[in-house]
Structures are given as structure tokens and as C-alpha cells.
Design a protein around this ligand. Structure first.
Ligand SMILES: [Fe+2]
Length: 385
């Protein structure tokens, strides 16, 4: 029997107010990597620095990580780390801040490395020679706080590169729903649907097993129950924490079972057309459930969680859910023009086929399948092949 590892952070603190657990860290100097200012405005950044100060950890801040962080931003952060020499790197904010911090960590530990060298999955050399990594997410979706993944965008080529290595799994995760209160409704919807895509792909992945399946199922039940509430009532802390926990469970599942072609194809819609990641996943997900359903019976389990029976029922449930969260149903509806779409279709098809997430999809696609799925999702036609 194959030996399979199951990798998670050493500790995951979860619950309202657990930001304070920063006081349990040990170290001397921390660099906090954060985004465009929401953590500062909400006071979370100051709180975090105060907690670190109480235990004599000196903190510096690298701020301004943009959505879909670029390699240029990553290198600017590395410069700060090379000056400060932190023994703790703390990603605080949305997934972009944490993903960028993970890539900075690799360059900080291995100054000679290149982005190209990091792209082949599971090839990053051992980290933690200089610093340990702490992730404190302020959005509930990517699960990057517990995952082995980071996504970095090459703006010159408009390509998103998933970087995957268990070396990138954080040492400590803090899953505090209170930090998510500042998340606007559309971001709440998109990131929550990203978590659902992680669950859906992890559950049918060729690497899914009895460790990852229960996490994905539990997370799906929580997303369907609590995401609409968190969307409508941003200050409902119980709902915020439940969705934050669901996102983390999804992260644990997909970090170990990996993903599939929803993500392979969504990465291109993000890189080429700027469609937010969770929104792209939500547009693609029902049709990819239909496409994959000829290769796996497991969607029926997911339908049963929602009181239904078939893979088609599960796809239809996602469509209803997406509608209730005011997320576009098609790529066209999102606002991508027909001429722009047709011009790029071949290129995104080729890039999706080359994406690392294809390898664990339950059905092995050829170029023509990916192109057809994209076409169906552009106009809203149901996949029937
Ligand atoms: Fe994702």
C-alpha cells in the first residue's frame, strides 16, 4: 500500500479573539506582510503588533500587497526581509498577502532561486532555516493558512502560477472570524465559493482519501448553511467564524488531496481577464461537475449532503447558491466581450492544460474538452459530454 503523508500546520488556533494567540509565539523579529490597508483601518494590524510587542518580538510591516500578487511585489518584500532578518514571517490579511508572504519566504531562505524553479510542484528545498511562518487570514476562502499552495501572477505574461510544496504549509494558523468583519459582501461571496470549489475538487480528486473526505464534506455543509448568513449579516460573528472554519477545513482537505480542472481553468480567467478567483470558480464549477460526473460517482455523496441525489442535482444546487449570492452565471455576464474572449480562447485552453491542478482531476481532459467547457461557461450552456 502506498504511504501517504497528511500535512497540516503544527497548530491551528480557531475562534473569535484568537488573534491574541500571537502572544504564544517565540522569536525575536517578525515581518508582517499585509495588503492594501484594510488591516490597518480595522485596527487589526496595530492589535497584532501590540500582541507581539508584549512578548518582546520586534515587528516590521511590509504593506501594499495587491490582489493577485505579482512577482515584483514579492521581490520588494524580500528586500525588506533581507534588511530586517526576521525569524518570523507573518502573513496577515487576504489570501494575496499570505500567498505573497509565502513566496517571499522562499526567496528570503534561498536568495539564488527563481520563480521558474519554484513552479514544478513539490520541488522547493527545505525552509525554516531562517524563519517560521504564521498565517492570519482576513478572508474566508483560500485556506492558504493551512495549505501547501501560493499563487503568484506573472503580469508580463498574464499567467497565474500556482506554487505547490508542503514546505509552504504554515507553522501556525490563526483562524479568527472577528478579523473577517471588514470583508465586503462580494468578497465574502467570492471567497466562500472558492472554499466550496476546494471542497468539491478535493472530494473527487484522484488523491482523495479517508482523511480528506470528511473534511471536505463537513466544510460543504457549513458553507451552504452559513455563507448566505455571513453575506447578508456582515457583523454576525457566529456566521463569520463558521465560514472561516469551513474555509480552513476546505484548505486542509485540498492541501492534501489537491485540486482539479475548476482551478486549472479558473487560474486562466483570473490571469487573463481579471475575474476574481472565487467568482471564476463559481462560474465553472457546475459545468465541471457535469463533465467529471462520467468519471466519478462521488458527487452523489455531495448531493445527498444537501438532500438531493445525483451529480446533476449537485450542479444545480451550486447554480442556485451562486444566484442567491449575486454571482454571475456566465463569463459573458461577468462582462468579458465576445471579441476579447474569442481572441484568447486558444491561449487560455493551452495554459489551463499546462496548469499543475489538471493532474489530480478525476477525468483526464484533452484540449478540446477544456475549450468546450470554456465555451459552455461563456454563454451558459450545460455541458453534456
Ligand atoms: Fe481556490
Amino acid at each position: 500500500m502506498a504511504v501517504v503523508g497528511f500535512v497540516l500546520p503544527k497548530i491551528i488556533y480557531h475562534g473569535i479573539g484568537t488573534l491574541e494567540k500571537l502572544k504564544e509565539l517565540s522569536g525575536k523579529k517578525a515581518v508582517i506582510v499585509t495588503g492594501g490597508g484594510s488591516m490597518m483601518k480595522s485596527g487589526v494590524l496595530k492589535k497584532a503588533r501590540d500582541f507581539l510587542g508584549e512578548i518582546d518580538i520586534e515587528s516590521s510591516v511590509f504593506e501594499g500587497v495587491e490582489p493577485d500578487p505579482s512577482i515584483d511585489t514579492v521581490m520588494k518584500g524580500v528586500e525588506v526581509m533581507n534588511q530586517v532578518h526576521p525569524d518570523l514571517i507573518i502573513g496577515l490579511g487576504g489570501c494575496s498577502a499570505i500567498d505573497a508572504a509565502k513566496a517571499m519566504w522562499v526567496f528570503y531562505e534561498y536568495p539564488e532561486t527563481t520563480l521558474e524553479e519554484m513552479i514544478p510542484p513539490f520541488t522547493i528545498k527545505p525552509l525554516r532555516r531562517k524563519a517560521r511562518f504564521v498565517a492570519v487570514p482576513s478572508t474566508s476562502g483560500t485556506g492558504t493558512e493551512v495549505s501547501c499552495a501560493s499563487v503568484i501572477t506573472d503580469r508580463k505574461k498574464d499567467v497565474k502560477h500556482p506554487i505547490v510544496s508542503y514546505e509552504l504549509t504554515p507553522d501556525v494558523a490563526i483562524v479568527d472570524g472577528e478579523i473577517c468583519k471588514s470583508m465586503p459582501p462580494d468578497v465574502t461571496a467570492h471567497t466562500g465559493l472558492d472554499a466550496l470549489a476546494h471542497d468539491t475538487e478535493a472530494y473527487v480528486s484522484t488523491l482523495a482519501d479517508s482523511y480528506t473526505d470528511p473534511l471536505a464534506k463537513q466544510s460543504i455543509e457549513m458553507v451552504f448553511k452559513f455563507l448566505p448568513l455571513a453575506y447578508k449579516e456582515p457583523d454576525n460573528l457566529d456566521a463569520r467564524q463558521a465560514v472561516h472554519d469551513a474555509s480552513c477545513l476546505a484548505g486542509m482537505a485540498f492541501s492534501n488531496a489537491l485540486l482539479g480542472i475548476i482551478h486549472a481553468m479558473a487560474h486562466q480567467l483570473g490571469g487573463m481577464f481579471g475575474i476574481p478567483h472565487g467568482c471564476a470558480n463559481a462560474i465553472l464549477m457546475p459545468n465541471i461537475v457535469r463533465y467529471n460526473s462520467t468519471a466519478t460517482k462521488k458527487y452523489e455523496d455531495l448531493a445527498r449532503l444537501l438532500g438531493k441525489e445525483t451529480a446533476e442535482d449537485y450542479a444545480a444546487k451550486i447554480e442556485e447558491f451562486r444566484f442567491a449570492l449575486n454571482v454571475p452565471a456566465t463569463i459573458k455576464e461577468y462582462g468579458i466581450s465576445e471579441s476579447g474572449w474569442n481572441e484568447k480562447l486558444e491561449e487560455i485552453t493551452k495554459n489551463a492544460m499546462a496548469d499543475a491542478c489538471v493532474g489530480t482531476n478525476p477525468r483526464t481532459p484533452v484540449d478540446a474538452d477544456i475549450r468546450k467547457i470554456y465555451e459552455c461557461c461563456y454563454t451558459g450552456v450545460k455541458v453534456d459530454f
